[in-house]
Design a protein around this ligand. Structure first.
Ligand SMILES: NC(=O)c1ccc[n+]([C@@H]2O[C@H](COP(=O)([O-])OP(=O)(O)OC[C@H]3O[C@@H](n4cnc5c(N)ncnc54)[C@H](OP(=O)(O)O)[C@@H]3O)[C@@H](O)[C@H]2O)c1
Length: 274
């Protein structure tokens, strides 16, 4: 396989596959050939518009790809893997990259036998190139293949090389966490509206506050988050009173429970898809 001129396949061309595809097209020299398969080719027009081939035949995409991204929903995976296995296409030399939550490497091996497998867990800010993508490689994957996979994901944002436990925890802490941040922001927007601002004004205010706060964190690496928080908090002042309420309502304990709940669900999926 020539890593500067790859044949890349996507089996399933939904949201996350589009995101990975866009990242690849954005960051790599335009010498790769890409094929995308899905049951409704008419939904794959945007891939075609960017130079990819599209097909409704998963086996054709599988045969084509040197690197094959599996972009189907976890519950569709058994039928898709069975189809790929039965197609008779040899996959000894293919790098198979799954983005499916709850699908352990061993679950793939149960169905496909030993193969070169990588699990990735992107999050939705990857659409803007601001994602965090956890990456974990199976035992058949060489260091070169791992690095190739990491380079393919560069356009999504940060990548974190980890193990399967790390895929699960980052699934919660980076994958689900944008929903927690949205919820936090929703609550602040509601409070802003309660205090007399229009919805549009409230959203603009809270957006800018969140953006500015994230930038403060990024631009002040020499200070801990606690120091940044303390810099906004004078003892006995207004922010101090607000933070006291967060403590009284056990904010940290709640976040531990939130993450634990995500992980419990992940483990349930793992049992289901084993
Ligand atoms: N979205 C996220 O934030 C996120 C984050 C991390 C990981 N993931 C993982 O990414 C994967 C895809 O999620 P998604 O959000 O992108 O879902 P999605 O938008 O629903 O995409 C799934 C795609 O699979 C296609 N498909 C269905 N049956 C198929 C089959 N038999 N063969 C080939 N393709 C088939 C669907 O095509 P039709 O629409 O034509 O039926 C659809 O394009 C999941 O495993 C999920 O766990 C998603």
């Amino acid at each position: 396989m020539d890593k500067n001129k790859l044949k890349i396949a996507f089996i399933g061309g939904g949201n996350m596959a589009s995101c990975v595809f866009n990242g690849i097209v954005k960051t790599r020299p335009h010498q790769d050939e890409i094929m995308v398969s899905g049951p409704h080719v008419e939904k794959l027009e945007h891939f075609k518009a960017q130079g990819a081939q599209v097909t409704s035949d998963n086996a054709a995409a599988f045969a084509f790809g040197e690197v094959v991204f599996l972009g189907v929903k976890p519950q569709m995976m058994p039928v898709v893997l069975d189809g790929l296995k039965q197609s008779g296409v040899s996959y000894d030399d293919k790098l198979i990259v799954s983005m499916a939550a709850g699908w352990r490497l061993q679950a793939f091996e149960h169905r496909l036998g030993p193969c070169k497998l990588v699990r990735i867990m992107p999050n939705t800010p990857a659409k803007l190139g601001l994602g965090v993508t956890a990456v974990c490689t199976g035992r058949e994957v060489s260091a070169e293949e791992r690095d190739l996979c990491l380079s393919l994901l560069e356009g999504l944002g940060k990548t974190v090389l980890t193990d399967e436990a790390g895929i699960n925890s980052l699934g919660a802490l980076a994958g689900s966490a944008p929903a927690f941040m949205y919820r936090f922001m929703e609550a602040l927007v509601s409070e802003t509206v309660k205090h007399g601002f229009s919805e549009a004004e409230a959203r603009a205010i809270i957006e800018q506050m969140a953006l500015g706060t994230a930038q403060m964190v990024i631009h002040n690496q020499d200070q801990s988050l606690a120091q940044l928080r303390e810099a906004v908090t004078s003892k006995g002042g207004t922010t101090f009173q607000g933070l006291q309420q967060m403590t009284q309502y056990k904010f940290e304990e709640m976040m531990t429970e939130v993450i634990e709940a995500c992980l419990r669900r992940t483990h349930e999926f793992e049992e289901m898809f084993d």
